[in-house]
Design a protein around this ligand. Structure first.
Ligand SMILES: Cc1cc2nc3c(=O)[nH]c(=O)nc-3n(C[C@H](O)[C@H](O)[C@H](O)COP(=O)(O)OP(=O)(O)OC[C@H]3O[C@@H](n4cnc5c(N)ncnc54)[C@H](O)[C@@H]3O)c2cc1C
Length: 326
């Protein structure tokens, strides 16, 4: 709450009656600690009521990430950017101790004095190609995730009545999804297995984790049913050792990275782009970012941010949630 106050974000503190009034379809009992369906005591309340809730009226979500990404593409093109699709980088070329460009799978060579690794769950592969992974204290890996799409209980228009809910008590986040669905993801509690995978070879089918998440959500949303047919998404997070991104330079001059987005940085992409551009401009102009980190001014909040927070050389941040919550 202190952070919300400091940033001037409106919020309402809800007690149990407040939660029931605003969201009558929610079960307000406590279920913590988070369990799997096979664990003893699963779905049995551990307390009469949760501790309370914070409601942030101006929060929201993007229901069409492909369209919003397309909009960014068009904005970049309007400023002279160019995109090549379905092209795989297979080599990061170097010359005189600096990055020199990339080579694509079809042999095309693109020369460039600056290369930025934004390969998502493949980020560690690109860092290895560039030979910079050894010099990083914080590294990245691909983590398999299942996200469930289920219909709401009868009689509820979830796109009107539902909101994005972060619910540590049941270890799930949820939000309305198009087609009057509820989307349910894991908040990575200790009971959920971490499946580190090869990003080019992993199981894209749903598993019992899907059912576990929906059953956990059914503790909170009264009357939620578990459909026979599993729907949703199986995909990968690019997770750093402390679940905080790496927005940084590297030990190879001219080679930068915006990686380790750990399932929660989609919405930050525009500001990350501005921050990376400033980092690159300053480092190329001679700034020693590892010793004297770039301070980034955030024009909408009027605050200055120490980019050293995202350094590849940092120690593991013990204050991280070590989950998608960041
Ligand atoms: C299931 C799931 C749910 C999520 N939910 C949320 C959410 O609710 N809110 C939120 O803010 N964030 C969320 N995220 C995280 C968000 O999707 C990422 O932070 C974001 O997509 C990172 O963007 P990016 O451009 O850095 O990487 P990506 O979107 O991963 O894109 C990387 C691109 O690089 C390409 N690539 C990889 N290797 C190569 C190569 N060798 N040559 C050429 N191209 C290559 C890939 O094909 C891909 O197109 C979620 C992620 C997942 C998986």
């Amino acid at each position: 709450m202190t952070s919300l106050e400091d940033l001037g974000i409106d919020f309402e503190e809800l007690d149990i009656e407040g939660i029931k009034k605003k969201f009558p379809f929610l079960d307000t009992r406590k279920y913590f600690p988070v369990k799997l369906p096979d664990d003893p005591g699963f779905a049995e309340p551990t307390g009469d009521v949760v501790d309370g809730a914070i409601f942030i009226p101006e929060s929201g979500h993007i229901s069409d990430p492909q369209l919003s990404t397309h909009n960014l593409q068009r904005a970049a093109e309007a400023r002279g950017g160019e995109f090549i699709f379905n092209a795989e980088v297979v080599e990061i070329r170097k010359k005189d101790g600096k990055v020199a460009g990339v080579t694509l799978k079809d042999g095309t060579r693109i020369d460039a004095p600056i290369v930025v690794n934004v390969a998502g769950p493949h980020s560690y592969i690109i860092n290895r190609m560039a030979g910079v992974e050894e010099g990083m204290n914080i590294k990245t890996r691909a983590l398999r995730q299942e996200v469930c799409h289920v219909p709401p209980p009868d009689g509820i228009d979830y796109q009107k009545e539902g909101v994005m809910i972060s619910d540590g008590d049941i270890g799930c986040y949820s939000r309305p999804e198009t087609g009057n669905h509820i989307l349910v993801g894991s908040e990575d509690p200790a009971c959920d297995e971490r499946e580190w995978v090869d990003p080019d070879n992993y199981d894209k089918n749903f598993s019992k984790q899907w059912t576990a998440q929906v059953l956990r959500e059914a503790q909170r949303i009264k009357g939620l049913r578990v459909p026979n047919q599993m729907q949703g998404v199986v995909d990968l997070y690019d997770v750093s050792d402390d679940w905080i991104p790496i927005y940084d330079q590297s030990d190879l001059p001219g080679f930068y990275m915006a990686v380790g987005t750990s399932g929660n940085q989609y919405k930050n992409a525009p500001v990350v782009g501005a921050m990376m551009a400033e980092l690159i401009d300053k480092v190329e102009a001679g700034c020693d970012h590892d010793r004297d980190p770039v301070q980034f001014y955030m024009k909408y909040t009027g605050r200055t941010f120490n980019m050293g927070f995202y350094s590849r050389l940092r120690k593991i941040n013990p204050d991280s949630s070590f989950s998608v919550v960041g």
